[in-house]
Design a protein around this ligand. Sequence first.
Ligand code: 6PG
Length: 247
Amino acid sequence: MKKTVFESPQHLGRAAAALFFKLYQKEVRRKGFFTAVLSGGSTPQVFFRVLAAEYRNNITWDRVHFFWGDERCVSPESPRSNFRAADKTLLSKINIPAGNVHRIKGELDPGEAARAYEGELTEFFGVKAGGGARGGTPSFDLVFLGIGEDGHTLSLFPGSSALRERQRLVVENYVERLGAWRVTMTLKLVNNASNVVFLVSGENKADVLREVLEGGPGRYPAQMIRPAKGELYLFADRSSAGRLLGT
Ligand code: 6PG
């Protein structure tokens, strides 16, 4: 894992946008398009803003396809929707074709939403035909993830049955602690990506980050993110990782 500690959440957001741009350029040169998976939570908001403000005119947006790692089971207009969070600060500010925005339909029944998203991914990546896939599983160019205070990532919470899923790419997952359904990508899918980046900020993440990095393996869902053939990055701000990584 490549770990970098940034002075502030602003610096972290800028670095995430710079990495996005670098990989976008590389992939567009290589294969003509770029696939990026966005996360929910508050940490990516600075990254979204920087991308919309500073890279808007440097990116040919019809070459970019956005996906989501997880979604709450709410309508796309809900303040709790992960799609809406990205739409407000990023998507509505750039000139991206609607067909390049692949949201999870949180307004559907959770099982139906998961199957529909899996179908959309399979079709997009032409998995059956083997295009854009590695070992028959889609391979995203870049996946952004967060870490929750309880060590969850995506909507894979500690103890969730979804953590044991080995076949499906996307599943519905009931989260006991929240008393709510979520739809989430699985480890099988995310661990097949070329680049996975954890964005972590805030003092409230210091304890869990220490546990995830230094505690015994297999306790937290975030520890199960291990791209088989890709790069894994941790972008953390000083308040979450300063003491831990000695900066
Ligand atoms: C979600 C997320 C989730 C998030 C973490 C971190 O929908 O809840 O995708 O996994 O990334 O909870 O959230 P913060 O950035 O707000 O700390």
